[in-house]
Design a protein around this ligand. Structure first.
Ligand SMILES: [Zn+2]
Ligand SMILES: [Zn+2]
Length: 188
């Protein structure tokens, strides 16, 4: 005796095959995990996601749907911002045009140029700062923050007026809103 039977040899070979297949799978999963991690890292770095939420490319704050504002850059690409104020500031400074606002009441997209705007109310979705009051005197002091004074968009004047009665501010049209942002940028 002393010779191993062919059957045992075969079994040992099969076990070897299985373990090498297993380690190949392991290596593949490892590479895939590294790729996904690298991609996520890139997206966070590029400002595309912050905790799963998109951030404003102007002020880097998280974008809240009900106050978000879309613009078309001078090169024709789209840009999302946290509020009409950031969007208009980007258009005034870098060119392009205002495209789409979101009706604060219905949370539905509306044309930026047709929207009714409520400026200076105490509602600040994109800023954590509280205690802002809309009296005229306070405007100048708020110039340091791109998002202030608050600028909200509405599809209907009645909705804007309802929010104004509770939270203050003044109702203006698109052109007035644009001019207000332009004035603010000039004074900075
Ligand atoms: Zn912003
Ligand atoms: Zn903002």
């Amino acid at each position: 005796m002393g010779n191993e039977s062919p059957g045992i040899m075969k079994e040992a070979k099969m076990a070897e095959d299985a373990s090498s297949r297993h380690s190949k799978t392991g290596a593949f999963v490892g590479v895939a995990v590294i790729c996904v991690a690298a991609l996520l890292g890139y997206l966070v770095w590029a400002g595309k996601i912050a905790g799963g939420k998109p951030v404003c490319e102007v002020c880097k704050r998280i974008i809240h749907t009900e106050t978000s504002f879309k613009i078309v850059r001078a090169d024709g690409s789209m840009q999302a911002t946290c509020c009409p104020r950031c969007g208009l500031a980007a258009v005034i400074q870098n060119g392009g045009r205002a495209l789409e606002a979101v009706d604060f009441s219905s949370k539905k997209p509306i044309g930026a140029a047709e929207a009714i705007y409520l400026e200076g109310s105490e509602i600040m979705e994109c800023c954590s700062t509280t205690g802002f009051r809309s009296d005229e005197g306070a405007y100048q002091d708020m110039g340091y923050d791109r998002c202030m004074p608050s600028l909200l968009a509405f599809a209907r004047r009645e909705d804007a007026d309802m929010v104004r009665q509770k939270h203050g501010g003044r109702i203006i049209g698109f052109e007035e809103a644009r001019q207000s942002v332009a004035r603010q940028l000039k004074n900075q």
